[in-house]
Design a binder for this molecule. Sequence first.
Ligand code: MTE
Ligand code: QUE
Ligand code: MOS
Length: 768
Amino acid sequence: MKDIICHDSAKKHVTGESVYINDMLVNDQLLLGKVVFSKYAHAKIKKLNIKKALKVKGVHAILIAKDVPGENQMGPVIHDEFCLAEKEVFFIGQAIALIAAENEYALHQAENLIDVEYEPLEAILDIETAIEKNNIIAPPRKIERGNPDEALKNSPHIIKGELKTNGQEHWYLETQTALAVPGEGKEMMIYASSQNPSETQAIVAEVLGVSKNEIEVEVKRMGGGFGGKETQGNHVAAWAALLANATKRPVKIHLFRDDDQIMTGKRHRFFSKYEIGFDEKGQILAYKVELNADAGSATDLSMAILERAMLHADNSYFLPDVNIMGKAWKTNLPSNTAFRGFGGPQGMAVIENAIDKIARFLNKDGTEIRLRNFYNFEKNNFTPYGQKIENNRLFIIYDKIIESSEYFKRRIEIKKFNKENEFYKRGLALTPVKFGISFTTSFLNQAGALVNIYTDGTVLVNHGGTEMGQGLHTKILQIASAELGITPDKVKVNATNTSKVPNTSPTAASSGSDLNGMAVKNAIDIIKSWLAEVVISEFEKNYPASKTLKENIVFENNFIFDKENPDKKISFDEIVKIAYLKQVSLSSTGFYKTPDIYFDREKGQGNPFYYFSYGMSVSEVEIDILTGQHKLLRTDIVQDAGDSINEGIDKGQIEGGFIQGVGWVTTEELKWNKDGNLLTHSPDTYKIPTVNDIPKDFRVEIMKNIPNTGTILKSKAVGEPPLMLSLSVWLAIKDAISAIGNHESEPEFSLPATYEVILLSCEKLKKK
Ligand code: MTE
Ligand code: QUE
Ligand code: MOS
């Protein structure tokens, strides 16, 4: 049943048949909602008068903080985010009022007539200032092993450094959107673009001051989430619900692109400091790193993100004596949030850069240093947090990619090219990824499902995961079809709905198919055991001589048969009808929780991950040292996806994740002015990758014959890990720059490596 199904985007998205919230046909009662937001990064609200605005024709409601009937809060983990600002505003883009009107024109007119007066206060707009003012958002975190200070002292060489990695805008194609439809009494139906419908339900219930059983949240699909709709999809849902509740009419909020970019949180920028000790061969002896994250104005998921950054500070390398500190700082910017990789990219970038420096310092190839420090099999196989590395795939992937990319041959060719060319330089880099799979907040590793079989033999699967383009529903459909032994055309996966499957975890941490796939299998196993009994009693009728054992019943190719005696068979459709007439249930819930994982935050120790996903990439770039422009000439990727459930989808995830990462490490640059206004809030100022940024030669390979044990269909998660493979592009650029000085001195470098960064770095080296 594997590999034969294409994602619905292959046809429906292309033809336009796919329905997003903004395409939904609602009745003529529909009102549009608008969010009025703060124009100051930090200020007192001196006056907020809506009287004039309320008189605008077509306006049905204007709400401010005091109009929130329930709790005026929408912080997901900690309640430190107002739904609507009260006396003070903490960032530009913070919601202060909501308008519901019949059309866009009325919305804009009303917005202009809202009378707000601010008294500006001092704003903290970067990590350095936050550190200076000790504006920490929560107590620092630590992971430590051995005695890193002593080990540093005893190291033949030490490199010290700092690294800034900038944030990243999610740039989902569908901006934050929600439609709220009031029902009878306190009922409210929410059509949300949310990775976490259960949390959307909880927040809507809280702001309305009603119980969760009055709120139904449905998610058909998102036009991309990438982490940006893990918590912040809740915001528009809460605002739409408030307006729908006030007007008793359906209300839709669909953020204008620029407003979305201004109002919502992004990938956390980090400011990191490190010291790494090593010997002549490049063996790492000690590593100390301090990761400082810009949380923005509220906590959101910052502590979980910081934790994942810390848990990936080692990337694929054994660090004997190590100290990892994590601090999240409060600033007057939108609260930063989940973004593909969830801190992993920020943690890994630091050590990859450090290893790159070691290689240059020792005048060795980076791959030699990496290979030498990889986690090993019998020894050097424990992470800083004490988890043992099992089923280590680093060496097989390394061997494969070194060969398939012709790494060493191309290294020589590049040397030659750089010697012969004065204004163009080429660079090459290999980087590995080891990414931990599971929510580090262990209780989140659970999922539910509801599987219904109808009397015509068709199947409807409900599960707790959401579809954001990653192909989860397609994989779940394949899983259901494989487990029931029926063809995929008989199975349909429903929109995610909190009334079908309750109390779900966010679709995040790349665990959507691992968790929900298992929950669906559990539900199907239960139904199959009921059906098996019906099958046996049917067999006994027709073949009275022999007995069929329940364990011998096989579901395959739309039939059910006795493994010991395959002639005994009956079609799936037939048995479903018989079961119904025999009053046997054809519907079951299913549940799954990941076994044996835990993490002690206080101690910084545990087994937080069920397994690791591995991958490597080799990238070659060419830079123009007169302009700083770069071209990505070739990338090879080898990725471990276990037994891939759907190679087409997984390949799409690998390519898409990698390119999204290429944007983060090269062209995507967030800039603010001195008042905290985001300057890069539209596609003409914020440059995400386009088709032109795809490597000219792009070779993606999924490893074969390495099944994962203990997961659904022996697969592995694939959603986030490939993003971090883009670090090879970043370091290939650095390698090309350093060719100017014959690799003798360390180029100045940061992330992203924009044309400007590249050019300035080249200029510095030329002067040396
Ligand atoms: N792929 C597409 N097309 N759109 C998305 O929004 N989100 C990514 C990844 N791949 C995303 C995507 C992120 S951040 C995660 S955590 C996973 O998909 C979530 O889905 P999964 O757990 O089913 O892999
Ligand atoms: C990876 C993730 C998440 C995570 C931990 C990971 C994630 C997420 C949370 C989280 C943490 C605490 C909460 C909560 C969610 O943790 O996406 O509601 O109270 O939401 O390692 O992707
Ligand atoms: Mo993905 S950042 O875990 O939504």
